[in-house]
Design a protein around this ligand. Structure first.
Ligand code: NCD
Length: 309
């Protein structure tokens, strides 16, 4: 039973719970009308201390499509945070009003802290450069929908692997699936953190290597997970400007890839994927954004006990 649980890191969900969420999301996708009353009378609070388009709006759309309602703020300047209120006090207050809290915050560990002050489930919608578990649900649901399973995959993560929280959550979770190989493609300054490498190394049978060359790795990949360089986490602009266009996937480069290679990106995209490949059948990132809403519907319904999971 997932009812009344917090989701702070992907590890909070067992493999079995992930599977049940994917099954429920598929049912919702195929027959949304049957779920339109699942969360009637329930309230979701979305507290976004950092910018967001897909995560916030897909959560709110998900709740509204389940028959529930939403409240919250999209920037901290309009909340009492601007008056100096602590996160703990904000959470204690919002937990009095809402049945579920979805929060994005620039500080690593903020969601865990929030969960300690909340009587209602807290879902981490991104804590700094740390984790983003519901993007991982989105990514895995997309892979499952488009490939049929999550196994026997060589996946390349490309871009800002240091600050990219979606990469940390997905790489960590993929170690739980069979026969996964990972290739971490980044400039040395933006390489995957040691704590993620240690977590991968702890699992027998998961192979990975690091490279700074997308060209060399591309031909081996079944899936390419592109990411943007996370401007907001840089300490100086010069470094950002130097690194921001390290990798650009365009039609010419894509010729080196396997014919069925899937391209995912959590979005927003800046320059790292040329718009000329948006209509290539391998480009799955806008489908991914849509699947994100169905998996969040499944998650909300499960946490609030409105549908069995
Ligand atoms: C990602 C995030 O916020 O970490 N966006 C998202 O939720 N889809 C990726 C990013 O901002 O680059």
């Amino acid at each position: 039973m997932m009812k009344n649980r917090h989701l702070i890191e992907p590890e909070n969900l067992s493999l079995d719970e992930l599977e049940r969420l994917f099954d429920l999301a598929e049912k919702i996708k195929n027959d949304p009308a049957s779920f339109q009353e699942s969360c009637r009378g329930k309230l979701l609070a979305s507290l976004f201390f950092e910018p967001s388009t897909r995560t916030r709006l897909s959560f709110e759309a998900a709740m509204l499509r389940l028959g529930g309602s939403c409240l919250g703020f999209a920037e901290p300047a309009s909340s009492s945070t601007a008056k100096g209120e602590s996160l703990a006090d904000t959470i204690r207050t919002v937990a009095c009003y809402a049945d579920l809290i979805v929060m994005r915050n620039p500080k690593e560990g903020a969601a865990l802290l929030a969960s300690r002050y909340s009587d209602v489930p807290v879902v981490n919608a991104g804590d700094g450069g740390h984790h983003h578990p519901t993007q991982t649900l989105t990514d895995l649901f997309t892979i499952k929908q488009l490939r049929g399973n999550i196994e026997n995959l060589t996946i390349g993560f490309c871009g800002d692997l240091k600050f990219g929280r979606t990469v940390h959550s997905l790489a960590h979770t993929l170690t739980r699936y069979p026969n996964i190989k990972m290739v971490f493609i980044s400039p040395p300054e933006l390489c995957i953190p040691d704590y993620i490498k240690r977590e991968i190394n702890r699992v027998d049978g998961v192979e990975f290597y690091e490279t700074d060359s997308l060209d060399k790795a591309l031909g081996d990949l079944d899936l390419l997970y592109m990411t943007r360089v996370q401007k907001e986490r840089f300490f100086n602009e010069e470094d950002y400007i130097r690194l921001k266009d390290s990798y650009i996937l365009d039609a010419e480069k894509l010729e080196q890839a396997k014919k069925p290679m899937m391209i995912l990106h959590p979005l927003p995209r800046v320059n790292e994927i040329d718009i000329e490949i948006d209509n290539d059948p391998r480009a799955a990132y806008f489908k991914q954004a849509k699947y994100g809403m169905y998996i969040r519907m499944a998650l909300i319904a499960s946490l609030l006990g409105g549908a069995s999971c």
